[in-house]
Design a protein around this ligand. Structure first.
Ligand code: OGA
Ligand code: NI
Length: 362
């Protein structure tokens, strides 16, 4: 590979275009110094890496959820409801997830990306519905410009159905990911129950949304990038499902769009970042917001995040909850389902807010 690393059209990038997988981790491992053309965004879409303000706590509330189910229950539910309505994003602390479990999942996530490329590649697939899928960017076959991210995506629910397919290396990957995803499920159910209550909807919705709904773990690896001003770790997007629970290391890179400005989210150790997805915006008839966010990369440090995506059951439809609709509150979205979303992402080039835009009623 000697001699190629200073050229813009590094072989690895070109190979990726021809269908051979390399990924960004490998390119940094071999000392790439300039981004392959495939990763260079058009000038108008590039992140402007001028300092971005750090989002203030009142716009990204930190919520202590230990009070759910106790004396402070209504207070916590109200805080969650307000955060969903005003910010679409919040952080949770005192969540009951053991710190050792958080440390372990972040460790095995990093260790997986340190495996030789040949081993990681055995999980590689372009089939968006594969229960275990290793890849780069979002959709390698459709993305016009790639983003600076490799990922490992695992189906998690019910765990017994999928665990035997998960990577067996690092040796404790399965055990750690199993404990973590079951803990995430339990926290997601507590949060979803609070969210449904805060909307004034009956708890039957929790079951409708959570029971048999999908849970996917996405491990994102963003290597240090030689030209971070030309690309994204993840371009601006909203999350499609009901809710995302993000755990990240201390590097930082997540930014949230607020009043037309990007604001940086400062990692708070051992907390989780929760955000509302498109399907919950639809269910709430627009009261709760699925907010645009993105991840930027930097030239100094690689970054790892583990996102848990909670979605409706594959076959069920979702629309604005009838309880929230009356003469004064007409539905703002048409009904949709999960397969509509899969069609959208697998047939079209990536577009921010594509799902919500396709559902919005005038
Ligand atoms: C996501 C996401 C941001 C991050 O996985 O949907 O937005 O900081 N991740 O990794
Ligand atoms: Ni996201």
């Amino acid at each position: 590979m000697a001699g190629v690393s200073c050229k813009r059209d590094f072989e690895g990038g070109e190979d990726a275009e021809k269908g051979d997988f390399v990924g960004v981790k490998h390119m940094t491992d071999v000392g790439l110094q300039r981004l392959p053309t495939k990763y260079v965004l058009p000038v108008t879409e590039r992140p402007i890496l001028k300092p971005v303000a750090v989002i203030q706590e009142r716009h990204l509330p930190v919520i202590d959820i230990s009070g759910l189910g106790g004396e402070r229950h209504s207070e916590v539910v109200a805080a969650i409801g307000q955060a969903c309505q005003e910010a679409g994003f919040f952080q949770v602390v005192n969540h009951g997830v053991p710190v050792s479990m958080i440390r372990d999942i972040m460790r095995v996530a990093s260790e997986f990306f340190e495996l030789p490329l040949e081993e990681r590649k055995t999980y590689m697939s372009d089939d968006m519905t594969k229960p275990v899928r290793y890849g780069t960017s979002f959709n390698r076959l459709k993305d016009q410009v790639f983003c600076w991210r490799d990922f490992l995506k695992l189906y998690c629910h019910p765990t017994q159905k999928w665990v035997h397919l998960w990577p067996s290396n690092p040796p404790d990957y399965r055990k750690v990911a199993l404990d973590y995803s079951e803990e995430m499920r339990s926290m997601a159910e507590r949060l979803m129950s609070a969210i449904i209550e805060s909307l004034g909807l009956p708890q039957t919705y929790v079951e409708k949304i959570c029971k048999d709904g999908s849970q996917v773990m996405v491990v994102n690896f963003y290597p240090a990038c030689p030209e971070p001003e030309l690309t994204f770790g993840m371009p601006p997007h909203t999350d499609y499902g009901c809710m995302t629970i993000l755990q990240q290391d201390s590097v930082g890179g997540l930014q949230v769009l607020r009043n037309g400005e990007w604001e940086a989210v400062h990692p708070v150790p051992d907390s989780f970042i929760i955000n509302i997805g498109d399907h919950l915006e639809v269910l709430s008839n627009g009261k709760y917001k699925s907010i645009m966010h993105r991840a930027v990369v930097n030239s100094e440090r690689s970054r790892v995040s583990v996102a848990t995506l909670l979605s409706m059951p594959f076959e069920s439809n979702i629309g604005p909850a009838p309880e929230l609709i009356d003469e004064d509150h007409p539905p703002h979205y048409r009904e949709t389902n999960f397969s509509h979303f899969i069609d959208l992402i697998s047939t079209k080039t990536f577009k921010a807010r594509a799902l919500l835009d396709s559902l919005k009623l005038a």
